[in-house]
Every structure is written in structure tokens, then in C-alpha cells.
Design a protein around this ligand. Structure first.
Ligand SMILES: *Cc1c(COP(=O)(O)O)cnc(C)c1O
Length: 345
């Protein structure tokens, strides 16, 4: 490996960020208490703030996005039932089979567009409730922005149409909003619009927002009534976790608007990738994720090794498809260095 004075560039995920000095200071200064008794003022403040921001009744802090999604699925379903989601959905692909393990539900997979499904696809996927041979459909899970779909953002009109289908058929509607703030910033949407459409929403503090841990499940009464018990059962009841919540509060103050910077850099990387001889095609870039494929005859490993020699890390999705995610710790200096490297290729 070539020795340089430069810091390595890590673009594998937006989860690799470290707390900034300001965030660390906020964490150190946090007022804390026992959150299992609901006595942690920082956690309570974070939950209240997010519930209010989305215009929903309550919110609950979770250690991870996976646990927040899994709790939501549990709240919406009973064993044997079925949820509808895109074939690339995180809840189906990347949560260790949790939907079946924790809730005993199956997933009806829809072949969507870049991880997004339509109202008519949802309607076609609902099993007739009187036909007792098939699983009872009870929940629809959407993802915004999509992860495997490359940071794509839903059209709010489509979500409204899906909400109508759910209302007509008595289905719950959950949003896996791990990167919802990326969509809000990019499309200049308001969190309140989402609060009106979904029964439950999970958001991640540890992705683009740059906190070291934590997710929050936001929802309306009725759906959220059992959430505290489910979190306890899943092992997610934590004690003086206000230190982490304080990082989340700090992120909401300081790291939301700046997501636009990550999006701009992702677009600039995509433009440069398009010009390199190694690359066959680049997926459209809407937010902070760039997915691209290599020319035939070029292997993932070859590309990764080449970047690694220049202290750059990205991730592979297999079969010549690679992924880059921009984030808070990807500085302008790193960006210029990476673009120059791509240009040489
Ligand atoms: C990251 C992510 C989650 C949650 O992941 P954790 O690592 O458990 O916090 C959920 N959904 C999507 C779409 C994600 O990208």
C-alpha cells in the first residue's frame, strides 16, 4: 500500500461516521436517568421532539433500526399473517429473517422499481381475507429512501395512493425511514406529511445523521400501545441511554440540512464514474447512494483492490455491482482526491 499523509476514504456506508467534537460534547453533557423507568430526560426529549416533528402521538427510542422495524412488524401483525414489501426491502433481506423469527409472518415480495412499489401492485398482492387457505394480509412496509434501490425517493402522491389502498383493505402501513431525512432534504418535504400517511415510522440516527447509535419508532396511539413491552421482549430496554439520545438531538440540530452536501457529492461521483473505462452503467443518483456496474471482464475485486491501493474503500453488492455511500465524514478534501483518482482511471 502506498504510504501517504492522507486519511483513508471510507465510502462503504453512511454508518461509518464517528461523533463530531460537538456531538461528543453534547453527549458528555447529557442529563440521564433510567430509561426503562422512562426517567431519562434526554431520551424523553428526543422522543417528544420526533413525535412532534412528525405530528404523531408518540415515539420510542431503539438501539437499532432493525429492532425498530421488527417491533413495528410485531405491533401490526399476528403469527401466520403476511406483510407486503418490495423484493429488495431491508425488512426482508437484511434483518436476519426477523419478520418470521420475531413475528411469525411471511413477506409477499413485490417486484418494484428501485425498491419502490406502487398502489396497484399493493392492491394486487393482498390476499382475499375470506380465503382462509392463504395468509391474511395485514401490513404494508415501504422504504424511503430505498437502500438496495440506491437511495431512491418515493413520490408522495404514490404513498397517498398506497395509504388509500391500505385504508380500503384495513391494512397497517409502516415506513422504514432509516434514511427518511435524506428524502425530506432532497425533495424539500415536511415530516408532517409523512406523519399523516403512515401508522408507524422508523428513522435511523446512525446513518446520514451521524450519531453513533440509535433509531426511533414514531407512531400513533393504538398502534404504539404495546411498543414498550415489545421493546423489552426484544431486549431493547436500556438504562442511561440518554448519552446516545443526546447525540440524536444534536444531529437533528446540526446534521439535517447538510445532507444536501452528501447528495451533491454523490452526484459528482456518479458523473465521474460514468466517464471511467471501468464502468458500464451508473444508476440514477437521488440522494447519498451511488450504485454502478463494471464493464464485462472487470471484476469487483480488481476494482476494490485498485481503490484500496489509494486508501479508498467502497462496497460490493456482488456480480460486478458496487456501491458508494457519501456521509458526514467524507470531507471536501477527500472528495477532490477521490474524483481525481477516478479521473486517472
Ligand atoms: C440501515 C437500515 C436499517 C436499520 O439498520 P440497523 O443497522 O439495524 O440500524 C433499516 N432499514 C434500512 C433501509 C436501512 O438502510
Amino acid at each position: 500500500m502506498k504510504k501517504t499523509d492522507f486519511q483513508p476514504i471510507d465510502l462503504r456506508s453512511d454508518t461509518v461516521t464517528r461523533p463530531t467534537p460537538g456531538m461528543l460534547q453534547a453527549m458528555m453533557a447529557a442529563e440521564v436517568g433510567d430509561d426503562v423507568y422512562k426517567e431519562d430526560p434526554s431520551v424523553n426529549a428526543l422522543e417528544e421532539r420526533l413525535a412532534k416533528m412528525f405530528g404523531m402521538d408518540t415515539a420510542l427510542f431503539f438501539p437499532s433500526g432493525t429492532m425498530a422495524n421488527q417491533a413495528a412488524i410485531k405491533l401490526h401483525t399476528r403469527p401466520g399473517e403476511q406483510l407486503i414489501c418490495d423484493q429488495w426491502a431491508h425488512v426482508f433481506n437484511f434483518e436476519g429473517g426477523g419478520a418470521s423469527f420475531n413475528s411469525g409472518v411471511s413477506c409477499r415480495l413485490v417486484v418494484g422499481n428501485r425498491g419502490m412499489i406502487t398502489a396497484s401492485q399493493v392492491e394486487e398482492s393482498i390476499n382475499p381475507p375470506d380465503f382462509y387457505h392463504s395468509p391474511l394480509t395485514s401490513l404494508v412496509c415501504l422504504e424511503n429512501t430505498t437502500n438496495k434501490g440506491g437511495g431512491a425517493c418515493y413520490d408522495l402522491e404514490e404513498i397517498k395512493a398506497i395509504r388509500e389502498v391500505c385504508d380500503r383493505h384495513g391494512l397497517g402501513l409502516h415506513l422504514d425511514g432509516a434514511r427518511l431525512f435524506n428524502a425530506l432534504v432532497e425533495k424539500q418535504e415536511d415530516a408532517l406529511q409523512y406523519g399523516k400517511l403512515f401508522d408507524t415510522i422508523s428513522i435511523c440516527l446512525s446513518k446520514g445523521l451521524g450519531a453513533p447509535m440509535g433509531s426511533v419508532l414514531i407512531g400513533n396511539k393504538g398502534f404504539m400501545d404495546g411498543a414498550l413491552r415489545i421493546r423489552k421482549i426484544l431486549g431493547g430496554g436500556m438504562r442511561q441511554v440518554g448519552f446516545a439520545a443526546a447525540a440524536g438531538l444534536y444531529a437533528l440540530d446540526h446534521h439535517v440540512e447538510r445532507l444536501a452536501e452528501d447528495h451533491l457529492r454523490a452526484r459528482e461521483i456518479a458523473q465521474q464514474l460514468q466517464k471511467t473505462r471501468w464502468v458500464r452503467a451508473v444508476e440514477p443518483v437521488e440522494t447519498n447512494i451511488v450504485i454502478f456496474s463494471l464493464q464485462q471482464g472487470r471484476s469487483d475485486q480488481e476494482f476494490l483492490d485498485h481503490l484500496e491501493q489509494h486508501q479508498v474503500r467502497i462496497s460490493t453488492m456482488g456480480k460486478g455491482v458496487l456501491r458508494i455511500v457519501t456521509h458526514l465524514d467524507y470531507t471536501l478534501e477527500m472528495h477532490q482526491r477521490f474524483l481525481a483518482l477516478l479521473q486517472e482511471m
